[in-house]
Structure formats: C-alpha cells, structure tokens
Design a protein. Structure first.
Length: 83
C-alpha cells in the first residue's frame, strides 16, 4: 500500500517502562530524538517504545511504505539500465 498518509496528533502520551507513569509531550519536541528522560523518575526512555501501540503501528507502516516505494523506483531504474 503505497501513498497512504501518516496522521499523528500534535501531542502524544508517552509511558515510562521504569515507573509506568504517563505524560504528554508535543511531537515537535521529539523531532530527531531517540530517547528522553521520564518526567517522573528520570529514567531514560526510548521514544518509539514509549509511544502508544497505535502510533508505533502508523509510524512503522509509513516507514515500510516509503522503503517499498523507494525499492520500486530503484528496481525500475535498474531494469531500464539493463535493457
């Protein structure tokens, strides 16, 4: 399925694996970050793993579609080159 869009809220609730507490952050503040500190216990958290399942699923689906799209383009270019 190529071409679907990724719809994410402007704020997202993250859950700490250490203490189990949740807190909200803006998605813009997470741009480019792989980890952050829990607002309650200070433990380091993996951003993706701390997100709700439905959000991770959307992100993984969009990434997979982008890779598939790039692969189709590259294979098409290789096919044209080999002819």
């Amino acid at each position: 399925m190529i071409g679907s869009r990724l719809y994410l809220p402007s704020e997202i609730k993250l859950t700490c694996a250490g203490c189990g507490k949740s807190f909200s952050v803006s998605l813009r503040s997470l741009d480019g970050k792989e980890s952050l500190m829990c607002a309650f216990c200070g433990a380091e958290m993996n951003v993706i793993e701390s997100m709700p399942h439905f959000v991770r699923k959307q992100i993984y689906r969009a990434a997979r579609e982008k890779v598939e799209e790039e692969l189709v383009i590259k294979l098409d270019m290789m096919g044209r080159f080999l002819k």
